[in-house]
Design a protein. Structure first.
Length: 499
């Protein structure tokens, strides 16, 4: 005789987190330090040369942090008003910053001395960058102009006009040194040719542009405005490649890691998200305690730095920086007779052709209700799950098995006041659960047919039946309200032409 197959109690659906190489890579960045500045941290800039220092702009200061101890190495405070966009040159020796008093200043990082002061903008200078040749400086201002400055002489070379509102971000193109990109509060992203001073391309982001990055080839521009990030194909007249809407509030900053294969975004929703540029999908996200205004990684990917509106510089450290996500090495065959073969463990899989003797599997012990069902003791199985206070999934599974065996009416018949109470209490507590509703409604119908003629003989049973009736009426009212709301929404969508 074949063994009885155990009842399979359905489990609730759980979404398992999938560990990918990218998530494992970003999880290596562990909390290292949180440095409090006196004002909101508005900009980060990273040096490409060792020791990979980075500049932090906050209030009327620009601090240069050391990667070695995550502390301030130099503090530049030669500003009368707020400083903006403190950018460190690739070699880490010079730093340029704009300010609220319309001034552009160039500093030597080692001595903090002012090397150049450039004037010409009519309003605060919000954006400063070194170009790819490191001999020119680009600046964007609230006066809606983009200007080019000669670093050796401090003279203005070019003034480019075309934006209709404040310029708040800019980017250079490594492969095309004469191409600059700017983003403005007039919702546009523009590309400029430094040789002619003309705008060569303009695309509409649809919201004030807060941040902008260009891929090294110069073929793709990525802009952030509102809660959306948009990817543009520069070589195809600015065609839109993708729109990413993973943030709930305004995206404040975009950055590329030093491999240029990952995009990092920060937002006022306290989130920092990482994207794979091959698929434009989020691979990891971090939650901070305050709105994040700027974010970036060091050139060797050893630090992930985020600047927040509460003045906190959050530093995460990767103890084993690597340019790519870790990839598991293939497991080679182990030769029998070696120490590695002996130490492979009892869970090692057998190789092809190896003789394996399977141990006879132990017979699994049946649950008490399974033992009763095996003996066709249906009433005992039902009473066991009712009295033992099993979870509702087990009880409903047994009820469905009794219905399948056409034994439900026989199990519910001939019961007294004490044996009816657990059944009614279970129905009151679980009848309105959508997962159990269909089965428990059938049980309720059978109980009504069997015991309706004798209602009124037991005050306890009458009270439970009345409570069950009230629960059903309440559920019917809720469903009726839902149907009315659904009908009203369908009328609204039909009137507005939405689907």
């Amino acid at each position: 005789m074949a063994d009885l197959k155990k009842l399979q109690v359905p489990e609730q659906i759980r979404v398992a987190s999938k560990a990918t190489p990218e998530t494992r890579y970003w999880k290596k960045f562990r909390f290292a330090a949180a440095v409090k500045e006196f004002s909101a941290v508005t900009h980060l800039s990273f040096s490409s040369a060792a020791p990979y220092s980075y500049a932090v702009t906050s209030g009327s200061k620009v601090m240069v942090y050391s990667v070695r101890d995550n502390a301030v190495q130099q503090s530049i405070s030669r500003f009368k008003k707020s400083a903006y966009s403190g950018t460190i040159r690739k070699d880490g020796k010079l730093l340029v910053a704009g300010s609220e008093d319309n001034l552009i200043q160039v500093f030597e990082v080692g001595t903090r001395s002012i090397l150049r002061q450039m004037t010409g903008h009519a309003r605060p200078v919000r954006v400063t960058r070194f170009d790819e040749t490191d001999t020119h400086i680009m600046s964007g201002s609230d006066d809606k102009t983009l200007r080019c400055w000669d670093l050796p002489t401090g003279e203005e070379i070019l003034c480019m006009k075309g934006h209709e509102d404040y310029i708040r971000c800019a980017a250079t193109v490594p492969a095309q040194p004469d191409t600059w990109a700017t983003g403005s509060y007039d919702h546009t992203v523009k590309l400029w040719d430094k040789r002619s001073g003309e705008c060569t391309l303009s695309v509409d982001h649809g919201a004030p542009v807060e941040s902008l990055v260009m891929l090294p080839s110069g073929g793709i521009a990525i802009s952030a405005g509102g809660n959306k990030i948009k990817v543009w194909d520069v070589h195809r007249a600015g065609g839109l490649l993708a729109t990413l809407a993973n943030h709930q509030k305004t995206v404040t900053c975009l950055a590329l890691d030093h491999t240029n294969t990952r995009l990092i975004s920060s937002s006022l929703d306290h989130q920092v998200k990482m994207y794979d540029l091959s698929s434009y999908k989020v691979t990891y996200s971090l939650k901070y305690s305050a709105p994040v205004l700027t974010v970036g990684t060091t050139a060797n990917n050893s630090r992930l730095v985020a600047g927040c509106s509460d003045g906190i510089v959050n530093i995460r450290e990767n103890p084993t920086p690597s340019s790519v996500a870790p990839v598991k090495r293939p497991i080679t065959a182990i030769v029998p007779g070696t120490f590695a073969y002996f130490a492979r463990g009892k869970n090692a899989l057998p190789t092809a052709g190896a003789g394996v003797t399977e141990k006879p599997s132990k017979r699994k012990k049946l649950a008490p209700y399974d033992q009763h069902l095996k003996k066709f003791q249906y009433t005992e199985a039902f009473d066991y799950v009712m009295k033992s206070r099993n979870n509702p999934e087990v009880v409903v599974t047994v009820l469905r098995e009794l219905f399948r065996r056409d034994a439900m009416k026989r199990v519910l018949s001939g019961r007294n006041e004490q044996t009816l109470q657990p059944i009614l209490k279970f129905l009151i507590g679980n009848l309105t659960n959508p997962r159990y509703c269909s089965t428990l409604v059938d049980v309720t119908h059978i109980l009504s047919d069997l015991y309706a003629p004798i209602l009124g003989l037991s005050p306890t049973i009458d009270k439970l039946v009345e409570k069950l009736n009230q629960r059903l009426k309440l559920e019917l009212r809720v469903q009726e309200n839902y149907m009315k709301l659904q009908g009203a929404m369908e009328c609204f969508f039909a009137a507005t032409g939405l689907s």
